[in-house]
Design a binder for this molecule. Structure first.
Ligand code: CAP
Ligand code: MG
Length: 433
């Protein structure tokens, strides 16, 4: 066991991680005049037990028990893999985990860029989390939709409607066939649309439209707020017959997510990722959306926005597909080219991938081709922007999904479905930017 001195002694290419180690893959771009080896040692040290200088208080026991090991690194690709002993972490605390391997390291002068690409969680850590309570099958059972993608809308405009206006837009979207209606990420409890009143009005019309259509409909109320207030809002939703709550995951943070998952109210949890691109889109610095998605599955969100490929938000087809696999499969194979580590999710249920952002009926076929049917397709402008309004927009959205399920081109399907025909005339089959 090498002596632990300032940020040194972490490299051992012969080391093999055990099943009790946590492995993190980083992309490390060293600062000018900093060697790659020195940069990765500093990342390993600063994310675990080290600091910039030798300290009199370090002792051999700490080094023996808690020292991480850089066991793979390649200066050509800037990639390194660090194996961390599980005792470095508080086993079921994502806040502590991210303060370690997702903490100080991003600000070190030794790196020009640092990206946390993926984490392979040890079995013991995975077993300490509940994971999704409902997951894909639970949500499908609740909505009584066995195979096709679920189709939802976001009430638009994002904000500004009164509770009654909001509820009416939701009613029309459900009447047109949407399974799901959600609040937008920045709608919570503003003066023009108070939370309690919005939930009461919208769930009242949800009950009405269920009776009229005979179909199950759900409303995802955005409870994003201070922790204690979120509980009160979740209780209000439950008291009025709601099954879902929605949270903006980066606004409430990892503690908030773990708190919400522990509600004994057992709401279905919809995870909105507003703000993620501040640190996921730069491929040389930050934290990958894959890591965010895996942490959400571990904590136990039931569904998560992962990107829509053909919509208005960035996110390559391969990246979104790999995230979809990682949150829906049990066993994930390593994919070195795309920085995906192998994972065995054990007992954790699959989390529903939500594809949203600039989506309209014309882009549904390529979206479903890329992502399969176990997705939730959400359209805001793509429904409420239909020339004939929300009901027609919802019908066109469902028609595009059904046509694709039936293997019929949407052009042909549109010949017998006027709502889809008008949508295609309006937006065509092109992506929005
Ligand atoms: C979509 C949306 C969603 C984005 C989030 C919006 O509306 O409601 O928040 O999809 O992006 O506010 O833009 P439109 P992502 O359908 O009108 O675009 O799903 O990538 O996290
Ligand atoms: Mg939105």
């Amino acid at each position: 066991m090498g002596k632990i001195s300032a940020y040194q002694g972490f490299i051992d290419k012969k080391f093999k991680p055990t099943k009790n180690d946590l492995v993190a893959e980083f992309k490390v771009s060293p600062a000018k005049d900093e060697s790659f080896k020195s940069a990765i040692e500093k990342v390993a040290g600063e994310s675990s037990i080290g600091t910039w200088t030798n300290i009199a208080t370090m002792n051999p026991r700490i080094g023996k028990k808690l020292k991480p090991t850089i066991f793979e690194f390649d200066e050509k690709t800037n990639i390194c893999k660090i194996s961390y002993p599980l005792d470095l972490f508080e086993i079921n605390s994502i806040p502590q985990l991210m303060s370690s391997i997702g903490g100080n390291v991003f600000g070190m002068k030794a790196v020009d860029g640092l990206r946390l690409e993926d984490i392979d969680f040890p079995d013991k850590m995975i077993k300490s989390f509940k994971g999704p309570l409902y997951g894909v099958q639970g949500v499908r059972k609740l909505l009584k939709v066995k195979k096709r993608p679920l189709v939802g809308t976001i009430v638009k405009p994002k904000v500004g409607l009164t509770p009654k206006e909001h509820a009416k837009v939701a009613y029309n979207a459900w009447l047109g066939g949407c399974d799901i209606v959600k609040d937008d990420e920045n709608l919570t409890n503003q003066p023009f649309n108070k939370f309690n009143s919005r939930i009461k009005e919208t769930l009242k019309l949800r009950d009405k439209v269920e009776k009229e259509t005979g179909e199950k409909k759900v409303y995802m109320a955005n409870i994003t707020a201070e922790i204690d207030e979120m509980r009160k809002r979740a209780e209000w939703v439950k008291d009025h017959g709601g099954e879902y709550v929605m949270v903006d995951i980066h606004s409430i943070g990892w503690s908030g997510l773990q708190t919400v998952r522990n509600y004994n109210l057992k709401p279905v949890l919809h995870a909105h990722r507003a703000g993620h691109a501040a640190f996921t889109r730069n491929k040389n610095h930050g934290i990958s959306m894959l890591v965010i998605a895996k942490l959400c599955r571990l904590i136990g969100m039931d569904q998560l926005h992962v990107g829509a490929i053909v919509g208005k938000m960035e996110g390559s087809k391969k990246e979104v597909q790999l995230i979809g696999e990682n949150i829906e499969h049990r066993i994930v194979q390593e994919n070195k080219k795309h920085h995906v580590l192998a994972e065995d999710w054990k007992h954790l249920k699959p989390m529903f991938a939500v594809c949203s952002g600039g989506v309209h009926p014309g882009v549904v076929p390529p979206l479903m081709k890329a992502m399969g049917n176990d997705i939730i397709i959400q359209m805001g402008g793509g429904i409420h922007g239909h020339p004939k309004g929300t009901i027609f927009g919802a019908k066109a959205a469902l028609q595009a999904a059904q046509a694709t399920m039936d293997g019929i081109t949407i052009e042909n399907y549109a010949k017998m479905h006027p709502q889809l025909k008008i949508a295609l005339k309006n937006w065509g089959k092109n992506e929005v930017h």
